[in-house]
Design a protein around this ligand. Structure first.
Ligand SMILES: [Zn+2]
Length: 387
């Protein structure tokens, strides 16, 4: 049983206020009262206590003054000494790490090439080295790190914590990534898949800010979705919710890395598009070159990207009928193709979804680009989703 009495209640209220401020980054006292449901008097008294302890600092909101006129609100945020969060984005070809303070300011950031096909041991070692470099670059000690968030391009089983089998990281399948990295760093680590982190980042700081029912779609080598239902990240029973890349489009189609045939990913993932184009070009190309060709008006490149949009749109139509989202945010490497990819998606959703659910949904490109997963990894620490 939780301890009772005024001290315990004040402690719980302090925790609530600090969690709300961690999520917001900076907020006025009135905003904190609204976010926590605590009275203004309680908020004022807790804030005074935390300011005396030098946990919080206060500054004038310059932007608020010019926008609304009158006296600008005073914004509270955590002081640097309150701690630092680390975010890690482990991708198919890259490893990115960032350190942010609890007011959400990025203190240091670094990126290295990575190889998804390497065993987990090598990946973990490279991650530890880059985390240590970023902590040093931020000018803090590892004792000041309050938590580490990490994104991996594969499903994470919520019950066992193990990386699932349809991962782009073959050497990581079955590995308890959070536990393994936590033991090496000596820090608390949370792990989630890249699409879920993209969803969290766009929800907190991007195209989905203030929205309640959102699907974030990552279209890269793999295709996955992060689902926000009633304002919260939805994981499903085992953490597999949103694995939209493995819905079957053609059951006689190419064999997928998951072992099935004709998954959406085998027809609309970046590798599939590159494979379609290479015979005509007579050379191998990267996803970046595919996007450059499309941007320069190459009709073959534009056609394969548009067809991918149509395939993805078919799966999104079903998703719209099931979840009735208000917004779909398209991220991942291929989202850089913009409307070449997204217009055919919109068209197919309008053709295949129930007219009412199609009318409710807006489909837009993400605004955070290649940093969405990294920022989502920071959000795992700064605004942890309910377990
Ligand atoms: Zn598959």
């Amino acid at each position: 049983m939780a301890p009772a009495g005024p001290d315990a209640r004040r402690e719980r209220n302090r925790e609530r206020l600090m969690a709300a401020l961690r999520e917001a980054g900076a907020a006025s006292r009135a905003e904190l009262a609204r976010r926590t449901g605590l009275s203004r008097t309680t908020v004022a008294s807790l804030v005074a206590e935390l300011q005396r302890a030098e946990v919080l600092t206060e500054r004038q909101d310059g932007a608020g003054a010019s926008a609304r006129g009158g006296r600008p609100p005073r914004l509270l945020s955590f002081s640097r000494s309150a701690g630092v969060a680390i975010g890690i984005d482990f991708g198919k070809r890259h490893l990115r790490v960032a350190a942010a303070d609890l007011s959400h300011a990025i203190l240091a950031e670094a990126e290295r090439p990575a190889r998804a096909e390497d065993p987990a041991e090598a990946g973990l070692e490279a991650t530890v080295a880059l985390v240590e470099e970023v902590i040093a670059g931020a000018g803090v000690g590892s004792s000041e790190v309050v938590g580490v968030g990490m994104g991996l391009p594969g499903p994470i089983d919520r019950r066992s914590g193990r990386v699932g089998s349809s991962s782009i990281l073959p050497g990581w399948v079955g590995v308890r990534a959070a536990e393994e990295l936590g033991a090496r760093l000596g820090l608390p680590v949370s792990v989630d898949n890249d699409a879920n982190l993209g969803a969290l980042a766009e929800l907190h700081w991007g195209a989905a800010a203030g929205r309640r029912n959102v699907a974030y779609l990552k279209v890269s080598t793999g295709i996955g979705a992060g689902l926000i239902v009633d304002g919260r990240l939805f994981h499903g029973t085992g953490g597999m919710a949103g694995e939209i890349g493995h819905t079957i489009v053609d059951d006689q189609g190419p064999v997928c890395r998951c072992g099935k045939r004709g998954c959406l990913e085998t027809l609309a993932g970046a590798s599939a598009l590159v494979d379609l184009l290479e015979p005509r070009l007579g050379r191998t190309i990267s996803t970046a070159e595919l996007l450059d060709l499309a941007a320069s008006g190459d009709s073959g490149a534009r056609r394969v990207i548009a067809d991918a949009g149509t395939h993805v749109g078919g799966a999104l139509a079903t998703l719209c009928d099931l979840l009735n989202p208000e917004l779909i945010v398209v991220g991942g490497d291929l989202s850089a193709a913009g409307d070449v990819l997204i217009d055919p998606m919109r068209e197919r959703v309008h053709r295949n979804a129930i007219p009412a659910t199609a009318r409710d949904v807006e489909i837009v490109a993400g605004v955070l680009g290649a940093r969405a997963e990294l920022l989502g990894a920071l959000a795992l620490v700064l605004a942890p989703p309910a377990r």
